[in-house]
Design a binder for this molecule. Structure first.
Ligand code: AHM
Ligand code: MG
Length: 336
């Protein structure tokens, strides 16, 4: 409609979350402040990713600059920006980043009640060829005012308060759930604001796409191998599925969420726990899938029931459309 050509009532991510949180007056301000700092990190990474190709062209990346300082790699830079933004929010107490071996315990003077687990720049093998990459995050809250310990983040994913990702693709898209469905926001670069563009995302009940690194097939276990065989040669008269695999979890999961289907990073003989990390890859994506009406399964149990024992633990993961994940669950159940 012509009347819609110029929107005048803009639903920014801040406004949206303030509305959503109005039910919890005690946390409303704090959560919004925390989220604003995450959003700042995402905007920074978005701008850095967009300049990355150019920086290389004019000889900046990976070389020393005029001051003789080493240029930081994009993933290291992104991590620093997120850590600093999260600490300075004054709302966090523990940070777990894929980039840092140890968890960061925030100084008591800047401490808040939220724990944030994140992968600041996932899919970094895709940076140099301009393929979509992303940031993934999950948020827990410590229950009382005890001294924070690692146990506060070694919690099952179902205890997360919120989770999301930001995809740096043809546009910059932030997908968020605070436990009341899933919503997608797109960065309007002229405003510097994320605007609600994908309200109440629901994943199709069944999909036509499977997404897996098939190069690992020789090392798969029985149920995974059977499942993928079934995707290609269905015996029930249904049509075969299409394969799409970007190798960038955020992009592969984003497509799965919008179009339906299944994304899998299974166990194999070489990596019996798969590749993806529980806290900041498997949990946030599983949280979003469930909130969108899909499922997430580890090969043994509901992914969000998993209790991690180490901050960088890995787990196999099968997530996506409800019916497609049912199929893989049945194959694992049959194996006993
Ligand atoms: P990274 O954290 O080192 O970037 O690795 C994670 C990425 C995911 O984005 C993606 O799903 C997976 O690795 C792809 O792995 P593979 O190349 O083994 O298929
Ligand atoms: Mg990663």
């Amino acid at each position: 409609h012509a009347a819609d050509a110029h929107r005048t009532d803009l639903m920014t991510i801040t406004r949206f979350v303030l509305n959503e949180q109005s039910k919890y007056p005690e946390s409303r301000g704090d959560f919004t402040i925390l989220l604003n700092h995450i959003v700042l990190g995402c905007k920074f990474v978005c701008s850095a990713v967009n300049k990355a190709g150019l920086a290389k062209l004019i000889g900046l990346a990976g070389e020393t600059n005029v001051q003789g300082e080493e240029q930081k790699k994009l993933d290291v830079l992104s991590n620093e920006v997120f850590v600093k933004a999260l600490v300075s929010s004054g709302r966090t107490c523990i940070l777990v980043s894929e980039e840092d071996e140890e968890a960061t315990f925030v100084d008591p003077s800047k401490r808040g009640r939220y724990c944030v687990v994140f992968d600041p720049l996932d899919g970094s093998s895709n940076i140099d060829c301009g393929v979509s990459i992303g940031t993934i995050f999950g948020i827990y809250m410590i229950k009382d005012n005890h001294e924070p310990t690692l146990d506060d983040v070694l919690q099952p994913g179902k205890q997360m308060l919120a989770a999301g990702y930001c995809m740096y693709g043809s546009s910059c898209t932030l997908v968020l759930s605070t436990g009341e469905g899933v919503n997608g926001f797109t960065l309007d670069p002229s405003l510097g604001e994320f605007i609600l563009t994908h309200p109440d995302i629901k994943i199709p009940k069944k999909g036509k796409i499977y997404s897996v690194n098939e190069g690992n097939a020789k090392n798969w276990d029985g149920p995974t191998a059977k499942y993928v065989e079934k995707c290609k040669f269905p015996k029930d008269g249904s049509s075969s599925k299409s394969l799409r695999y970007i190798g960038s979890m955020v992009a592969d999961v984003h497509r799965t969420l919008l179009y339906g289907g299944i994304f899998l990073y299974p166990a194999d003989k070489k990596s019996p726990s798969g590749k993806l990390r529980v806290l900041y890859e498997v949990f946030p994506m599983s949280f979003l899938m469930e909130q969108a009406g899909g499922q997430a399964f580890t090969g043994k149990q509901r992914a969000l029931d998993l209790v991690p024992t180490k901050i960088h633990e890995r787990s196999p993961i099968f997530l996506g459309s409800f019916d497609d994940v049912e199929d893989i669950k049945a194959l694992y159940a049959a194996e006993g």
